[in-house]
Write a protein that binds this ligand. Structure first.
Ligand code: NOJ
Length: 565
């Protein structure tokens, strides 16, 4: 990957079904995105990432694709897409697509053909296996191995017509593609080239570290949950680096100015160094999960509070690990995560301050920041009631498994889903204070968060003290201050449970970032406070600068000073 323009870029993720509805059917669409491009250009972002817009039965909101080379009529047409791409490019923004090729939809013609008979030429495009030895096919426990699916239930679905099971790590409508088969790989490469030829600027690759499986598909570890954990056989599997390098050669080599980011649950720093080392020609950066799993305890159905020292240890490890080779992505939010201001901040009295503090602490790390729709206005979690309020296949599937199969108390499971469920991120984007937050003139597929009269983009753009203008400032700082992009990183106060502090240094410029992760004042015990006496206060999210290094509730400050190199 020749040019690393993405080191100074900020990416904005659009989840099209919840972004903006132009035709009143309650579902966001591409023309809705076109109508709001100025909001994004005004924020200053460099790249848009579109979650899947392809034809899909929408079992997992489009992460189940039945045609990789078209647009679902729900979202518009290919010509709407071309118009969006041109309009983004005109405003100086690039656009990357979501690439979902660990699995397809069960309604994709490839899978339909694969199902048609044991001798179908596409049979081997997916993972088909007979029942466990000595078991009656189709009966409970006869699945080829003990793996559970991410969305609850077994990872296998029985096909009575051909008498075998197919593997689906996600829903039964998301059969896993068999990347061992070279024909599968070349079909994927061809499809990717088709999008690049159309003008797109790269891909975000869905669970891409799941594509190489240990072909024997052995039983997974038994954890006490209803099913075994097969991840040792598919996370960062034996041929993953080979597959990604081959993809690079077949698709990306010789093309300039692209961005590739691999979503990689469970990836370690050591593995990420390999994935993102430019010399290895795999991907530009990965999405790791350690910092969004930092508040997950051993029991998934018990909420655990974040310990700030854990979060700092995680970021510190990733910053150090990718300092000399590779590159970090930086994110708090996406369509799978709860709203960060409700999770790691305070979405009550200090919503604005804490949203700004979280933005500053994240964006000033070394790496490429990602902003998820609504984060830039400090959108909050939704007040979900019962399980009937959720639409997400993961929430519904995991609830059923936890309550019906594992005997967890429904209220315990709901407590966790309310705090962590993915639908928190998927409520409509809050544009203004008109009905349904200005998202649709119809009935939204998921209700708007009732806080939209207070929290909306129109209001935020008018208010110079809003979260929106703070994010705009952070993005501008990245674009104008090379130390934000290239500076080295030093964590300070690693043992402090309330303050997050670090420096960034490039040549004669040093930046100091301090964020207060609490609603009470706290004093930063800096190693050399006098050095910062005459420093410039570049950004501050409260009216007063800190006196004697005491930061107010949820305060964030960014200082800059000149040092002798
Ligand atoms: C990760 C995506 O971000 C998530 O939304 C989806 O459910 C799974 N991969 C399966 O595609």
């Amino acid at each position: 990957m020749t040019d690393a323009w993405w080191k100074s870029a900020v990416v904005y993720q659009i989840y099209p079904r919840s972004f903006a509805d132009s035709d009143g059917d309650g579902m966001g669409d591409l023309r809705g995105v076109i109508q709001h491009l100025d909001h994004l250009a005004g924020l200053g972002v460099d790249v848009l990432w579109l979650s899947p817009i392809y034809p899909s039965p929408q079992d997992d909101n489009g992460y189940d694709i039945s045609d990789y080379q078209d647009v679902d009529p729900l979202f518009g047409s290919l010509s709407d897409f071309d118009e969006l791409l041109a309009a983004a490019h005109e405003r100086g923004m690039k656009l990357i697509m979501d690439l979902v090729v660990n699995h397809s939809s069960d309604e994709h013609p490839w899978f339909v053909e694969s199902c048609s008979s044991l001798s179908s030429p596409k049979r081997d495009w997916y993972w088909w296996r007979p029942a466990r030895d000595g078991m009656e096919p189709g009966t409970p426990g006869a699945e080829p191995n003990n793996w559970g699916s991410v969305f609850g239930g077994p990872a296998w679905e029985w096909d009575p017509a051909t008498g075998e099971y197919y593997l689906h790590l996600f829903s039964r409508k998301q059969p896993d593609l068999n990347w061992e088969n070279p024909a599968v790989r070349s079909a994927v490469h061809e499809m990717m080239r088709w999008w690049l030829d159309r003008g797109v600027d790269g891909f975000r690759m869905d669970v891409i570290n799941f594509i190489s499986k240990v072909p024997g598909l052995p039983d997974g570890t038994v954890t006490g949950a209803a099913y075994g954990d097969g991840s040792a056989s598919f996370l960062n599997g034996p041929r993953i680096h080979e597959f990604l390098h081959e993809m690079y050669e077949q698709v990306f080599a010789g093309r300039d100015a692209l961005l590739t980011v691999g979503e990689m649950p469970g990836v370690t720093v050591e593995q990420a160094r390999l994935y993102t080392d430019p010399a290895r020609e795999e991907v530009d950066m990965v999405f790791q999960f350690d910092h969004v799993w930092a508040d997950r305890g051993p029991d998934p159905w018990v909420l655990q509070r974040l310990k700030l020292t854990d979060l700092k240890a995680i970021f510190g490890r990733w910053q150090a690990g990718l300092a000399d080779v590779g590159w970090n992505s930086l994110y708090w939010n996406n369509h799978d995560q709860p709203r960060v201001v409700s999770r790691y901040g305070d979405d009550g009295d200090f919503r604005v301050e804490s949203a700004k503090m979280l933005g500053a602490v994240l964006h000033l790390h070394r790496g490429t920041p990602y902003v998820y729709q609504g984060e830039e206005i400090g959108m909050t979690n939704y007040p979900f009631g019962g399980i009937g309020d959720f639409r997400d296949i993961e929430a519904l599937g995991q609830y059923a498994q936890a309550v019906e199969k594992e005997g967890h108390a429904p209220e315990d499971v709901l407590t966790v889903l309310r705090a962590r469920g993915r639908d928190n991120a998927r409520t409509p984007m809050q544009w203004d204070d008109s009905p349904h937050a200005g998202f649709t003139t119809g009935t939204p597929w998921l209700p708007a968060n009732p806080r939209y009269p207070e929290i909306n983009a129109a209001r935020a753009r008018k208010d110079p003290d809003s979260v929106y203008h703070w994010y705009r400032g952070l993005i501008e700082l990245r674009h104008t201050e090379p130390a934000v992009v290239h500076g080295d990183f030093t964590m300070l106060l690693p043992h402090d449970e309330q303050l997050y502090a670090y420096t960034r240094r490039l040549d004669s410029t040093e930046l100091l970032v301090i964020g207060n992760f609490g609603g009470t004042p706290a004093r930063a015990e800096l190693p050399d406070p006098a050095a910062w006496d005459r420093a410039e206060l570049v950004m501050n999210n409260t009216a007063q600068p800190p006196a004697d290094w005491v930061l107010g509730p949820w305060q964030a400050v960014i200082y800059r000073r000149t040092v002798t190199p």
